[in-house]
Design a protein around this ligand. Structure first.
Ligand code: C2E
Ligand code: MG
Ligand code: MG
Ligand code: MG
Length: 286
């Protein structure tokens, strides 16, 4: 009896595995089709001067709305695209849209696009960027590219070559999710990097836990010592914002306290409000 019951559980388990596997296969098929049809859209999350007086840059964030399942988080579909080996197609679409949108914004605004670890394995990304800039007419200094800290553990010589080439065009390179990978501080000094985006995990408890604030301040001091610009990500509350300003921890702030990701069409208006000082924390929680 016990035996047949455990066999029953195994059957259920196998069926669940099957269902999950099928679901993932289905997502793969649908994602491939969506990418082929150019259905990946892009939302933009503004980065502001800490006091909110200027919108300086927008991060381009890929969006996919599945016909039945609705919005799928990029953390999920980017990983699937990486497994399928098609993430570079998404990168290209996002860079294209980002450049097309950015040329329509006020000239001081830059746009920042995420690269996948797979983009850094292949020099093709250099041509992609070059041709998109040429097609869209966006000035290269208005394009920023974000690479995650963890993707730098890859073939460092290839990564360095790619980043150096891109940077020689005038593109700004940012390290994303800084502090979450196996940060070896020594590479920060040797890679062609202009910006660090400090991961939101370093912000989360700064108001409650003075040790977290000290850690954040340490990272900031170190980054400033290397002449890097500092973006603090995931700032959610006015209290966090006030503390960051008090301790001069950020050159730019990105987070829900100022704005969620929004449509390209909203950026010019938000920028205008900011520069008229009519912009306040939480004005634009979408
Ligand atoms: P990321 O590059 O670190 O982007 C920031 C993520 O944090 C975004 O999530 C953003 O909506 C979210 N965020 C911003 N402010 C706050 C805040 O105050 N609180 C909290 N809790 N979250 C905040 P999203 O759009 O879901 O993207 C997740 C990740 O997916 C991105 O992290 C990035 O790694 C990846 N991703 C998104 N678009 C692309 C893309 O086009 N290409 C690649 N390779 N990866 C992408
Ligand atoms: Mg990013
Ligand atoms: Mg990030
Ligand atoms: Mg992240």
């Amino acid at each position: 009896e016990a035996k047949s019951r455990s066999r029953g559980r195994l059957v259920v388990f196998a069926e669940e595995m099957d269902a999950r596997y099928m679901e993932r296969q289905r997502l793969k098929t649908d994602l491939r089709a969506a990418v082929e049809r150019g259905e990946i859209s892009v939302a933009y999350q503004p980065m502001f001067k800490p006091d909110g007086s200027a919108l300086e840059c927008c991060e381009a964030l890929a969006r996919w709305t599945h016909p039945e399942k609705g919005a799928i988080a990029p953390d999920i579909f980017i990983q699937i695209a990486e497994e399928m080996g098609i993430v570079s197609d998404i990168t290209r679409q996002v860079i294209e849209k980002a450049c097309r949108d950015c040329v329509k914004w006020p000239e001081h605004i830059t746009v920042s696009v995420n690269l996948s670890v797979q983009d850094l394995r292949n020099e093709l990304i250099i041509n992609t960027v070059k041709s998109v800039l040429a097609e869209t007419g966006l000035a290269s200094h208005r394009l920023h590219l974000e690479v995650t800290e963890s993707s730098l553990i890859e073939e460092l010589s290839t990564v360095r070559l790619i980043l150096e080439q891109l940077r020689s065009y005038g593109i700004t390179i940012a390290i994303d999710d800084f502090g979450t990978g196996f940060s070896s501080l020594s590479y920060l000094d040797t890679l062609p990097v202009d910006v660090v985006k400090i991961d939101r995990s370093f912000v989360r408890n700064i108001c409650e836990d003075v040790r977290r604030l000290k850690l954040l301040r340490g990272i900031v001091t170190l980054s400033r010592g290397l002449n890097l610009q500092i973006v603090v990500e995931g700032v959610e509350t006015r209290e966090q914002l006030a503390l960051l300003i008090k301790h001069n921890c950020a050159d730019l702030i990105q987070g829900y306290v100022y704005s969620m990701p929004v449509a390209a069409e909203s950026i010019a208006e938000i920028s205008q409000l900011a520069s008229r000082k009519q912009f306040e924390a939480r004005t634009y929680v979408a």
